[in-house]
Design a protein around this ligand. Structure first.
Ligand code: PLP
Length: 368
């Protein structure tokens, strides 16, 4: 008999009954987009839930990156990580900005602050770090570097929904942070995203930019884009937000079960919780030391697949190896030895709300 298929993720979905109540209301109002009531409600609810002062909703998690760069007039070179989802670097490319890759820290998988400083040139205008797997970057060191050289900092916080450091949202670091509410993330609005800013003036400007630059019925103040979230997805998001605490708790339980079972397996390394950090357990990456484990990462990946368990090699290949970027000087593997090694070792194990203890035990048995 074929074993049940286990995918790397499965979307968190809201109560259909509760969503239907909202949909009926939307049908009655006939107000479908352009800062409707559910859009406003979701922005307010997210500010409260996340502990951030201002948030602007978007139609996905890539457009807030592109819009943040537009809003701050970033040009020239931006220092970023090759160990992320392609959207991070693509947002630079779409703005005509040259990405400069710096290597990562082997433990956190985030940009190594020492390597950021070494990559600064007279053309550098900003840093775009990623809180990979929701693991907070060294925001204090990064801000020190930014202040010293007069650089902006835009965090791609797509993985860091709800993550706090000593009670403070990690989304308040830097000049702006972006979120993705894609179906595969800890919290989703089917597709969706947001930009977190620190003051009302900037929030207003972002709201203009995501609506063609309209500041009034007949006033266009900037060459904006259309990246607004609609009422249906805002309502879905509002109902789904009620479940996030429960979902994160369940993910925490899965992470603990994985750790307990894999702790003594030679050649397998995983991330531990960081004291003072409220994690969201968005991913469970394990790193395979081929020699000690006796099998390569890709061999394990294929073995799991043969047993109907689908991990994901996040992040492999590195962004710097894709055809758009590989001719850049900073894309050379010699410049990125840690990222190159980690990309060859990592596999993200299935992790989602609804993954059962039996599922985890079956996955662990395959690995151990
Ligand atoms: C998911 C993701 C994005 C893009 O978000 P979309 O909502 O899919 O556009 C950007 N950066 C990172 C690191 C991501 O994981």
């Amino acid at each position: 008999m074929e074993e049940k298929k286990i995918t790397v993720t499965s979307p968190l979905m809201p109560s259909l009954d509760e969503l239907n109540v909202c949909l009926k209301d939307i049908w009655n109002r006939k107000w479908l987009t352009n800062n409707g009531i559910y859009h406003q409600k979701l922005e307010n609810a997210l500010c409260g839930y996340l502990g951030v002062p201002y948030i602007s909703l978007f139609t996905n998690g890539t457009l807030p990156l592109i819009t943040a760069l537009q809003a701050m007039h970033i040009t020239g070179e931006v220092i970023t990580t090759p160990f992320s989802f392609v959207a991070t670097t693509h947002s630079l490319w779409w703005n005509g900005i040259k990405p400069v890759f710096a290597d990562i820290d082997p433990v956190t998988c985030n940009l190594d602050p020492d390597r950021i400083e070494a990559a600064i040139t007279p053309r550098t205008t900003a840093i775009m770090p990623v809180h990979v797997y929701g693991q907070p970057c060294d925001t204090v060191r990064i801000q020190e570097i930014a202040d010293k050289y007069g650089l902006k900092v835009i965090y791609d916080a797509a993985h860091a929904f709800g993550v706090k450091v000593n009670g403070e949202s990690v989304l308040n670091a830097g000049d702006m942070s972006t979120l993705s509410f894609h179906a595969t993330k800890v919290y989703n609005t089917v597709e969706g995203g947001a930009l977190i800013v620190h003051d009302e003036q900037t929030k207003k400007r972002i709201d203009y930019l995501k609506n063609f630059g309209f500041a009034g019925e007949t006033t266009v103040v900037a060459p904006g884009i259309n990246s607004k979230m609609d009422e249906i997805r805002a309502a879905y998001g509002l109902v789904n937000l009620k479940q996030v605490d429960k979902a994160v708790e369940a993910r925490h339980h899965v992470a603990d079960r994985y750790r307990e079972a894999l702790r003594d397996v030679p050649g397998i390394r995983f991330m531990e919780d960081t004291p003072g950090v409220s994690h969201n357990y968005s991913y469970f990456p394990v790193f395979i030391d081929e020699e000690k484990y006796g099998m390569s990462r890709d061999e394990l990946y294929e073995k799991m697949k043969a047993h109907n368990v689908y991990g994901r090699r996040y992040f492999y290949p590195l962004i710097s190896t894709f055809s758009t970027y590989r001719s850049l000087e900073s894309a050379s593997p010699d410049n990125l030895p840690v990222a190159t090694r980690i990309a060859g070792q990592v596999i993200c194990l299935p992790m989602y709300y609804g993954l059962t203890d039996e599922d985890v035990d079956r996955i662990v048995k395959l690995i151990a």
